[in-house]
Write a protein that binds this ligand. Sequence first.
Ligand code: HMG
Ligand code: MG
Length: 298
Amino acid sequence: MLPARVDIVEVGPRDGLQNEPGTIALADKLALIHALADAGLTRIEAGAFVNPKWVPQMADSEAVFAGIERTLGVRYSALTPNRKGFERAQAAGADEVAIFAAASEAFSEKNLNCSIAESLDRFAEVARAAREHAIPLRGYISCVLGCPYSGEVEPTLCLDIAQELLAMGCYEISLGDTIGVGTAAHTERLLEHLLPHIHADKLAVHMHDTYGQGLTNIYRALQMGIAVVDSSVAGLGGCPYAKGASGNVATEDVLYLLNGLGIEHGADLHKVMHAGARICERLNKSNNSRAAKALLSK
Ligand code: HMG
Ligand code: MG
């Protein structure tokens, strides 16, 4: 059975922009975040407090958080890979922080410069600090349906990591198909493995759309009881440590699907579409949302 309501986690300002080659003006980032909030999106990942040498595009996350004109009821979150990242996020006023493990040793080394076990130790420190400051903590697991370096990924490893992240205090685990290789069959296999142990309301899906499988995977996840979906306006993005991976499934496309299914989500597709069109214009790139392209050409 499909859920009556789905929450969208809009990751465009972070996942969508982190891999952009050119400089993005702070004003453009802020205009995007404001337009997304105005469109009714209530969970917005606005930045990342990571090593700026590794991901220069997120280096201005302090300025981003300082510049946000907050909309009541919107949670503005940020990635925090370690204690230093947490301290920066807290000082900047992030409403929520996210730690991000990987279900692949090779990807963990590339993305976090450490093994999975070492990353979990660092995350435990972030989790302790988040608890002390009563800041909600979200957990990501990357490469749940495949790794760009080591290929197949075992669902048992995803389950172990998810349980560790939940035990640390994450209120939700976002399952990332970082390189967008999974199909509905992979999604089903993973969820069949996780759901006997973890309630669906503690899980979200984060599908990149490299092979055009994002929406299909999301639909399969919705059928299995998942009701939180990460997506990126205009399908922006890619991961710096996953060569060739394209952006997340486009928010506009997910909203179009949810509208068709009669599932409540609280966002305004047309406003999101205009936010996407504007940032694409500013970045001088084409829009990866099929729904936005179709609707904008009408
Ligand atoms: P490292 O270089 O191994 O860190 O980075 P280190 O502890 O050895 O420190 C080296 C330098 O970095 C030091 O500075 C630290 O102070 C500094 P120096 O003494 O050389 O001047 N440093 C920091 N500076 C600012 N903020 C920090 C920070 N930490 C250390 N937080 C680290 C280790 C984890 C920090 C690094 O590997 C990193 O930043 N990784 C993040 C990479 C990243 O952002 N990847 C993309 C996001 S994940 C993703 O996209 C997947 C996701 O979307 C889900 C999916 O799709 O599956 C979430
Ligand atoms: Mg991602």
